[in-house]
Unconditional design. Structure first.
Length: 434
């Protein structure tokens, strides 16, 4: 079974050879809302949440990473399950508040927080500010003194190389993220010396898109080792230990799913090992998944507008491209371009006979969503679907490039369609100009 077939078998259906998302035919969705668009199946969101909650011990709390997909409907869905939110900007704080999240249920991490952003979130009583430099600590202290408030802070740590792993390393090397592990003692002295700061704990995030459970457990053990060292130095247990996100999903044919049952068992053993450790008594453990929860729920749907043959190569010209889905074009962290799972959504029972490139409407050779893809014979009007598009797709793309209107987003729940973000208009392109 190939990658597309496996995803469809797990989450969708194909009556008559047409993809159905949440029980609704994709051609009907595109006819109603136009193309290109992002379609999300709410049942997949719920299924992934249930899977993760089953894996994690009760001492773990989930904070959804807003950067993966900040749509209000998705934030509200996870908030309704008792989730917190992890943000990386003042704009994401605004998104979280608008979705109905209490400020004290929000964590703010990120290496480039401005003074305006710090003041914005501190005024409203953010749950935890994860500080990442000595200067950021000084700025936080100055703001708190000026406003007459206290700030709950945690220390984001860039761990040593033994905790590295994942498709995109965030730590274990020189990095703009967090405080190097070997500098922690001096930074702790800075935090503990000022009464306007209320120290909560540590945040360790060494990598993302991890599909090997042993790497995750190794990182968790490293986090616990640092946490205990910090708690011992402070002569008190930490309130929180944030292990970051990192849980991956398979995008490419050679990748295997994260083994959740093995992860669950390893976490059980881990919790048994620390259950009676006084240095971790009452500590709350946090994970910040994003793509794991939303990635598989979303499909980018775009229509074939033209078919060209150039010097023996066939190109399917699409009405959407890297401006809507930078990750699928390979321009968001890939060293070697690999294709996301892709299919002609209205010809799923047809045999693959052609090898084609899938290109968008932009005036750049970077606008290629698939290279040498084996597909059934395509026709103008066919719908191309890029799977695994719920996370870091629309939200991580240069939507303004060439001034095409932004795509709409649609949620499908129990056979009902709901537009959760309107399509952009030409008028909107200049609405903020003076």
């Amino acid at each position: 079974m190939d990658h597309v077939q496996a995803l469809i078998a797990r989450h969708f259906s194909t009556p008559g050879g047409v993809l159905h998302i949440g029980g609704v035919a994709v051609d009907g969705i595109a006819d109603r809302f136009g193309s290109p668009l992002f379609a999300y199946d709410s049942a997949v969101l719920d299924r992934k949440w249930t899977q993760l909650r089953h894996v994690l011990p009760q001492q773990f709390q989930i904070y959804y990473s807003v950067k993966a997909n900040p749509n209000q409907a998705i934030l509200r869905r996870f908030l309704g399950k008792g989730c917190g939110l992890e943000i990386a900007s003042g704009g994401e704080f605004h998104q979280a508040i608008q979705a109905g999240c209490s400020p004290d249920n929000i964590l703010f991490a990120g290496p480039g927080k401005t003074e305006n952003e710090l003041e914005f979130v501190l005024k409203q009583g953010i749950g935890e500010l994860h500080v990442e430099s000595s200067l950021e600590i000084k700025r936080t202290i100055a703001i708190c003194r000026r406003l007459g408030i206290r700030a709950r802070v945690a220390l984001r740590i860039n761990p040593s190389g033994e905790a590295q792993g994942g498709a995109m390393r965030m730590g274990g090397k020189p990095a703009p993220f967090g405080i190097d592990e070997e500098q922690v003692d001096g930074i702790l002295d800075q935090i503990m010396s000022d009464p306007v700061l209320e120290f909560q704990g540590i945040h360790l995030f060494a990598g993302t898109q991890i599909l090997d459970d042993s790497i995750l457990i190794n990182q968790y053990r490293k986090g616990l080792e640092i946490a205990k060292r910090v708690a011992q130095r402070l002569h008190q247990p930490l309130h929180t230990v944030d292990f970051g996100g990192g849980l991956g999903i398979p995008y490419f044919a050679h990748e295997q799913e994260l083994n959740l049952e093995r992860l669950r068992e390893s976490l059980r053993v881990l919790m048994d090992d620390i259950r009676h450790d006084p240095l971790l008594a009452g500590t709350k453990f946090i994970v910040e998944p994003g793509r794991f929860l939303v990635g598989e729920s979303g499909i980018y749907v775009t229509r074939v507008t033209d078919i060209k043959v150039s010097r023996g190569k066939t190109f399917l010209i699409l009405d959407g491209g890297m401006n809507h889905h930078l990750a699928a074009s390979g321009n968001l962290g890939q060293v070697i371009k690999r294709n996301f799972p892709v299919a002609i959504l209205n010809k799923l029972q047809k045999e693959a006979t052609d090898v084609v490139d899938l290109v968008g409407p932009l005036c750049t050779p970077l606008d290629t969503l698939g290279r040498d893809v084996s597909l059934p014979k395509a026709e103008v009007g066919d719908l191309i679907g890029i799977f695994q598009s719920g996370a870091y797709a629309r939200a991580a793309s240069p939507l303004g490039f060439l001034s095409h209107p932004s795509p709409c987003e649609v949620m499908i729940q129990d056979g009902q369609l709901r537009e959760i973000r309107r399509r952009g208009t030409y008028e909107a392109l200049t609405a903020d100009m003076t």
